[in-house]
Design a protein around this ligand. Structure first.
Ligand SMILES: [Fe+2]
Ligand SMILES: [Fe+2]
Length: 656
């Protein structure tokens, strides 16, 4: 029987309209593959024909009347037209955000390198994008090369603290995930239910990933095998605040997480595909799943991040998988008329942008070029230079981001939402300074969005072990382990508390001289080890009946200098919790001339605890992942601390 309506222009679409599961994907595979593969696939098809005919008889109509997707795309270089890809089913053009990298071996596909990648399917006039209510399936042939804090393959989703909606097929650092928001119209602020594959992602290997929902059960399949299921979500899908589909990245109102990997096919169905039809689909294309890492154009190992802005310059650092030349395009606003290009192709770049004025802000974009002309570009990101005196500003603090990318990602998200001018890291940026994987996956990747728009001023923890990675990844003034900088009315002094700090040492003398010369209204110091702390067992073992020293005796001598030079707050990490002291001078409470000590080591490392009874200096404490934010405006300082859910749990005001 011939369907009604005009004959489709697109032959693929025509095939799709006439096809039935699982004939349609088989036919499609044959049509879109290169000639040699077509022959191989045809041979496979002939071999499987008797089985297929029986399958069609038994199962052909089990899914819905047509067995066809609502929308489908085949992502390959030859299909890219005017920065987009037409759909093979439906009329849903996929607009690509940057020139895509096309790969041909071993599977023809589009490669996304972690820059401004992926594409969007946008609502057209009076024509919203597909939003099935009762049931849905999302299908993709995909190769994930690197995990992400919140990775997306295909989704139309909103996931914020104030509400959620829609659905997505994606992944996290290690596993595939399927998220879906149930709830009828009017419920509005739904909750995104997420199921996670039982097995980790086979990174660099092609997989057929399918997520289904029938109004009662969420299921996730990899290569035809059921890997996760849940009956927690029920009822129609809630599409609250979502209107466009994103492919090749996670994207909602305030998050854009680019993908590192490749996509070949993506399909949306308005029904839950059956296990049998998913298995049959995989059976005919399973050769792809055996292919290991093939073409890999350059991708971001560490996405571009801001370093050391002063009054007339800032730096952009980045790392890629293979050598590229990197150009920073920048200016007060896009389109940019200024640019700086790296001198040579390399995998790591530290590019200074100079000749700027104090207190200015603008935007930048990084464009990398590979040896074969491959292009990798980022979204547009903001930069700024340090202002002169009198300009209000704020900074956020994180510490001890060790071995817990999900928690670090949550804290980094909160920091980003607080919109600080810059951020401080109190050390233990990773658990093992020599382990590059930890730098990439546990520090930079979960903080990627934050570090791309908020410059980070770090200090050295004990876990970095003074490794060259610290000096490579952070662009700081020599000797880097100690330095100072000014921002508006404040000056910051940064020390390495793993090195000697007693009176007469290099750092002690440097600090005394540097603070002596400082004319700043506000003075802050930070180093990793705490001067005062009510931690239960780092400096004693209080639950075993051993008194604590209430801080690190190696850094305590610095208190003399802090008091002498009227430092306002000293920030430390090392202890994985939050504590603020009362103002202290000469080891006693001094509300007028005392120094406040804040331990803010809740960036991801396993949490610690406090002594069973509080010491006299404790003003506020909290065991949780968190960030601390400080606002400065003229003679007023306002400090607030927020937990990983963004809830305020401490506040402190200081005026002068
Ligand atoms: Fe730590
Ligand atoms: Fe530490």
């Amino acid at each position: 029987m011939v369907p009604n309506g005009p004959v489709p222009q697109n032959f693929m679409e025509k095939q799709a309209r006439f096809g039935k599961m699982p004939l349609w994907p088989v036919a499609k595979s044959i049509l879109v593959e290169p000639p040699m593969k077509k022959i191989l696939l045809l041979i496979s098809l002939l071999a499987f024909l008797p089985l297929l005919i029986r399958y069609q008889r038994d199962h052909g109509d089990t899914d819905n009347n047509s067995g066809l997707p609502t929308a489908a795309w085949v992502l390959e270089g030859a299909r890219v037209d005017k920065g987009g890809i037409p759909s093979t089913v439906g009329n849903w053009p996929l607009k690509l955000h940057a020139p895509p990298q096309s790969i041909t071996a071993p599977v023809e596909a589009l490669y996304f390198g972690g820059g401004l990648t992926g594409g969007s399917v946008l609502s057209q006039k009076n024509r919203p994008t597909p939003a099935p209510k009762e049931a849905i399936s999302l299908l993709a042939w995909v190769r994930i090369d690197a995990g992400a804090r919140k990775g997306g393959i295909i989704g139309r989703v909103e996931d914020n603290r104030y509400g959620a909606g829609g659905t997505y097929l994606g992944y996290d650092e290690t596993h595939l995930v399927f998220g879906l928001t149930p709830g009828g119209p009017g419920i509005g602020e739904g909750r995104l239910h997420i199921i996670r594959s039982a097995k980790p992602i086979d990174k660099g290997i092609w997989s057929l990933v399918v997520a289904t929902y029938d109004g009662k059960e969420m299921r996730l399949f990899v290569n035809g095998e059921l890997v996760a299921e849940s009956t927690d979500a029920r009822g129609p899908i809630n599409w609250y605040r979502t209107d466009s589909w994103s492919i090749g990245r996670f994207s909602d109102e305030n998050e854009k997480v680019p993908m590192i990997g490749a996509i070949r096919e993506v399909e949306i169905y308005d029904k839950a595909l059956s296990k049998e039809s998913i298995r049959a689909r995989f059976a005919f294309q399973s050769a792809r799943a055996k292919t290991v890492l093939g073409d890999s154009p350059p991708h971001f190992v560490i996405a571009p991040y801001l370093q050391f802005p002063d009054t007339n310059s800032f730096r952009v650092c980045l790392e890629t998988s293979s050598p590229v030349t990197a150009t920073i395009e920048y200016g007060p606003e896009a389109p940019f008329n200024l640019k700086t290009t790296s001198k040579e192709a390399a995998t790591f770049h530290e590019i200074p942008i100079e000749g700027l004025s104090p207190g200015t802000m603008g935007y930048y974009r990084v464009v990398c070029q590979g040896p074969a002309g491959e292009r990798l570009e980022t979204a547009i990101l903001p930069w700024q230079t340090a202002p002169k005196e009198g300009v209000p500003f704020s900074f956020a603090i994180i510490g001890d981001t060790q071995g817990n990318a999900p928690a670090t990602g949550k804290v980094a998200d909160i920091m980003k939402e607080l919109r600080p001018n810059f951020a401080l890291h109190l050390g233990d940026v990773v658990n093992e300074g020599h382990d590059k994987r930890q730098w990439v996956e546990e520090l930079f990747r979960p903080s990627q969005e934050l570090f791309g728009q908020v410059p980070l001023f770090p200090t050295m923890g004990n876990h970095e072990k003074n490794h060259p990675n610290y000096y490579k990844y952070f662009a700081l003034p020599a000797p880097e382990y100690r330095y100072s900088y000014t921002w508006g009315d404040a000056e910051f002094f940064v020390l390495d508390s793993n090195k000697p700090m007693a009176k007469g040492t290099l750092q002690y003398t440097w600090l005394d001289e540097a603070m002596g010369k400082s004319k700043a209204k506000w003075k802050f110091c930070y180093h990793h080890h705490p001067v005062y702390s009510s931690d239960n067992n780092d400096f004693g073992d209080t639950f075993a009946g051993k008194r604590s020293l209430f801080g690190d005796p190696k850094v305590r001598p610095l208190a003399t200098l802090y008091e002498k030079h009227k430092v306002d707050i000293v920030f430390c990490g090392h202890v994985h919790l939050y504590e603020r002291t009362h103002p202290i001078k000469n080891g006693k409470l001094d509300e007028v001339g005392g120094v406040v000590y804040v331990t803010s080591g809740g960036g991801g490392g396993s949490l610690e605890n406090f002594t069973p009874t509080p010491e006299w200096f404790k003003a506020a404490n909290r065991v949780d992942y968190h960030t601390t934010l400080v606002n400065i405006r003229n003679s007023t300082l306002e400090l607030r601390a927020f937990d990983k859910d963004g809830l305020l749990f401490d506040q402190y005001l200081r005026t002068k």
